[in-house]
Design a protein around this ligand. Structure first.
Ligand code: PLP
Ligand code: COI
Length: 345
């Protein structure tokens, strides 16, 4: 491991409570785990200072988008330790993202080890709840070759960036613009966590913000709901959770899976089925309906308004309704080690 004692000296400005009050993702831990793929194998991971990466201007990822990432959190536990939530599942998803982008998939054990090393090195700057340590495992294709447009990068770098965070959404209920014409990304890449998917959604989001003061866009290509730009979408219709079935077209959220796994114990039944925008608007009009976004950053965030074809539709049980609160409480209590979590989480 490199000597990073000097990095600790810089940390006084980054106290955990400072970090939690800054915009999400703008404060970084001073050390991170890093490994390199040399064309045949991953190196042993090492801890390095979080500083500028030196990349050649011809780096494959900068030209041909050979990069993918994960987002997971570690939370302070009642005994003061810091524990990740469902790291294994995130490791599996990153393996799949890398495979689909023809990047060398990092073995699950390597991912878990690098996440654990990064958490241990940044435990001191992990804010107390509701704050946490957000982890951003990232792989980039590093081959220096601008001619390699039609093939994968031979080499890659994998690092786990850490960011002490507070809340992603400031609170209150969200305004979503429903987009039925433009997809978020392409049908075969929606399930991949890669930057290009986010870039493709940017102009749609910017327009929805400008025109409707929307917080997010709900993508519903051909009139069927998929997800928003940074979270999955679930309708709580009385005691039933309705959410679209998994497909390659959208991200298979770990938080979505957590909620669906816990649903029965919370008294919900689950319907994973196609949901049209017209059915959604009818459900939203019911006084007891609640709608939530789910995601690592978002956790479980209430949706208050849907804007469809320029018309505003208030969601029945707006603000954080009782059903939303029930789900959010159990998820956050498991993350914080207050409620028992299933084995392997
Ligand atoms: N969909 C998109 C596009 C996302 O960026 C995220 C966030 O990671 C999610 C869904 C939710 O996924 P998860 O719950 O695994 O964070
Ligand atoms: C996450 O929730 O981990 C995401 O990747 C969303 C991102 C916009 C912060």
């Amino acid at each position: 491991m490199e000597d990073f004692s000097t990095y600790y000296l810089c940390m006084s400005a980054n106290t955990p409570s400072d970090a939690a009050s800054k915009p999400f993702g703008t404060v970084f831990g001073d050390v991170m785990a890093l490994a390199e793929f040399d064309g045949s194998a991953w190196s042993e991971p090492r801890m390095v200072g979080t500083s500028e990466l030196v990349l050649h201007p011809g780096t494959h990822a900068l030209h041909y988008g050979s990069s993918c990432f994960e987002g997971l959190k570690a939370h302070r536990q009642p005994d003061g330790s810091v524990a990740t939530f469902r790291a294994h599942r995130h490791a599996e998803r990153m393996f799949g993202s890398a495979e689909r982008l023809m990047l060398p998939p990092p073995p699950v054990a390597l991912f878990e080890r690098m996440v654990a090393d990064t958490v241990a090195a940044n435990a001191d700057i992990t804010p107390d709840a509701p704050g946490s340590l957000y982890l951003r495992p990232t792989i980039i294709g590093t081959e220096q070759n601008i001619g390699a447009a039609a093939r994968a990068s031979n080499t890659a770098m994998f690092y786990v960036l850490a960011s002490p965070v507070g809340q992603y959404f400031a609170g209150g209920s969200l305004r979503l613009a429903v987009e039925t014409k433009l997809p978020r990304t392409t049908p075969q890449f929606g399930m991949v966590k890669t930057g290009a998917n986010y870039a493709m959604a940017l102009s749609v989001l910017a327009e929805a913000k400008d025109r409707y003061n929307a917080d997010q866009v709900l993508f519903a290509p051909d009139g069927y709901v998929e997800e928003t730009g940074a979270a999955n979408f679930l309708v709580l219709a009385d005691n039933t959770i309705i959410t679209p079935p998994l497909s390659d077209g959208y991200l298979h959220g770990v938080t979505r899976d957590t909620i669906l796994t816990l649903a029965e114990s919370l008294g919900f039944s689950v319907e994973e089925r196609p949901l049209s925008v017209s059915e959604l608007l009818a459900l939203a009009a019911e006084p007891t309906t609640e709608i939530v976004l789910s995601g690592t950053a978002a956790i479980v965030a209430p949706v208050g308004t849907l804007i469809s074809e320029g018309a505003e539709h208030r969601v029945g049980g707006t603000d954080t309704g009782t059903q939303t609160q029930k789900i959010r409480d159990l998820v956050t209590q498991m993350q914080q080690g207050i409620a028992e979590r299933p084995t392997g989480w």
